[in-house]
Design a protein around this ligand. Structure first.
Ligand code: ATP
Length: 462
């Protein structure tokens, strides 16, 4: 399928089948916000739970945290976000389109401008006579830096403190603020990690590409605390774990790659950063990131908060500030990559076209659909208890409306791996038809053996 068409088809399917709706649609929409509909919610929940199981529950060196969205404003000064979480923006005076200056220069001149001053950026735009990609004009405003943090106002405190607060642009900082609480209460020993899942907010200059770049999104982040001399090995281990996760959730190997940030382009806090890239329909773009942040964050928060953020080695009693390796995963980008990877349109031998989401069975929002062949007794009476029994294990749907072929197509489109049909033979011998989404093959299975047969297909090994 042509890649530009793929995104359109995925967006249309998401709307048509209740995965993702445009935000505030009845008011004409609110740009770059989305609602996750019933299947989208389920898909996100499955990703979140799988992530937590993989990186927290199944490891002895990890604990969890759920920090607040609003942190003390000084925390964002310490982290460098107030001063440095900026993108340079530029407007076309002719058509009023707004661009990120770095994206514009990169696309036209092939030069990365991270860390450049506004004056240097403006000079490049003049030197290379950059034209507006929308209207072709060369009439630009001056570039200016714009902080991506959303700010909000608190009712003034009694002390008359600054009443500005920021919605967190990343979840990670809360972990550093509670480092001492975790060390004091959890008897964790270095190396150990703290994981957090939650919303983050960024006032992006050029949001877009559906849920790829939005202003409100969800991150799944880890701060992994280490001794500084181990960072290279730990970094490689995390990179391997992240790649393993990508293939376990069902992303195609040939659409994944790594992009190493050049040494001279690293963020101020990072000694090494690797992005895991995915070939989205609009091009190769960052899916996840992995950074070695040294002891930058803990040291800065210690300095700004005047608290001791140290760790004492239980054996040697040596006190030190641990260094940190940070794997970060975007939940919304995971959803988008899974949808794009799973989407397929097929021409069937009978000439019919079908759309199917080929999710790995363990990632599918609905695992099994149960149908009585017709909306009639005694088929319904036989099908309902099967439905009730299976839904004890998984998200299962009961569907008795329309022709059976239509019901199969509906479930192909949402990626349901198994459909169970109760027919007249069921009434005689207690067997049902089990239909497989990808092969469309059907097998006859006894009701007694049905749950374990479904489990075989759905379990993560498949
Ligand atoms: P980009 O270069 O695409 O702006 P970034 O390098 O700023 O991303 P990070 O700060 O490393 O992103 O954020 C960690 C993860 O959060 C990203 O890998 C991505 O999955 C997700 N993410 C970041 N910004 C957004 C956004 N605006 N919308 C959706 N997900 C996002």
């Amino acid at each position: 399928m042509i890649e530009t068409e793929l995104l359109k088809s995925v967006v249309a399917l998401c709307k048509r089948r209740g995965f993702i709706f445009p935000g505030s649609e009845i008011y004409g929409g609110f740009a770059n916000t989305y609602s996750y509909g019933p299947y989208g919610v389920e898909l996100k929940r499955i990703i979140r739970e799988a992530w937590w199981r993989t990186f927290v529950q199944n490891r002895e060196d990890m604990v969890g945290l759920d920090g607040p969205i609003l942190l003390h404003p000084r925390a964002w000064e310490a982290s460098g976000h107030v001063e440095g979480f900026n993108d340079a923006l530029i407007d076309c005076k002719n058509c009023k389109s707004r661009f990120r200056a770095d994206h514009l220069i990169e696309a036209s001149v092939g030069l990365e401008v991270e860390g450049f001053t506004v004056a240097q950026i403006n000079q490049l735009i003049v030197d290379h006579a950059l034209v507006c990609p929308k209207c072709g004009s060369k009439d630009w405003t001056d570039a200016r830096y714009f902080n991506l943090m959303f700010s909000t106002r608190l009712s003034k405190t009694a002390q008359g403190e600054n009443d500005v607060a920021y919605l967190r642009p990343e979840t990670a900082q809360a972990i550093f603020l509670d480092f001492k609480n975790i060390v004091d209460t959890m008897r964790v020993t270095v190396p150990f990690g703290v994981a957090q899942i939650g919303k983050a907010f960024r006032n992006e200059i050029t949001p877009g590409n559906f849920i790829f770049r939005v202003i409100e999104f969800e991150q799944m982040e880890i701060e992994y605390f280490i001794r500084s001399e181990t960072w290279e090995t730990v970094f490689e281990e995390w990179l391997a774990s992240m790649k393993k996760w990508c293939s376990w959730i069902g992303l195609s190997e040939n659409r994944l790659s790594c992009s190493e940030h050049p040494k001279d382009k690293l963020s101020h806090y990072s000694k090494r950063t690797v992005d895991i890239m995915y070939d989205f329909p609009f091009g190769r773009s960052e899916l996840y990131g992995l950074a070695y942040r040294t002891d930058y964050d803990l040291s800065r928060h210690a300095e700004y908060s005047k608290s001791k953020l140290e760790y004492t080695d239980p054996q040697t009693r040596e006190k030190y500030v641990p260094h940190v390796v940070e794997p970060t995963f975007g939940l919304d980008r995971t959803v988008l990559a899974l949808l794009c990877d799973a989407y397929a349109e097929e021409l069937l031998p009978n000439g019919e076209q079908r759309t199917v989401l080929r999710f790995k069975p363990h990632m599918a929002p609905v695992k099994v659909a149960v149908f009585p062949l017709m909306k009639k007794e005694p088929l319904i009476e036989k099908a309902r208890p099967i439905f009730d029994a299976l839904r004890q294990h998984w998200a299962v749907q009961y569907d008795d409306s329309g022709a059976i072929g239509k019901r199969y197509r509906r479930h192909d489109e949402i990626g349901t791996p198994l459909c169970v049909t109760v027919d007249f033979q069921t009434l005689e011998d207690d067997t049902v038809t089990l239909r497989h989404r990808d092969s469309m093959e059907q097998e006859r299975v006894s009701i007694k053996a049905l749950a374990s047969r479904c489990l075989e297909v759905i379990s993560a090994r498949s």
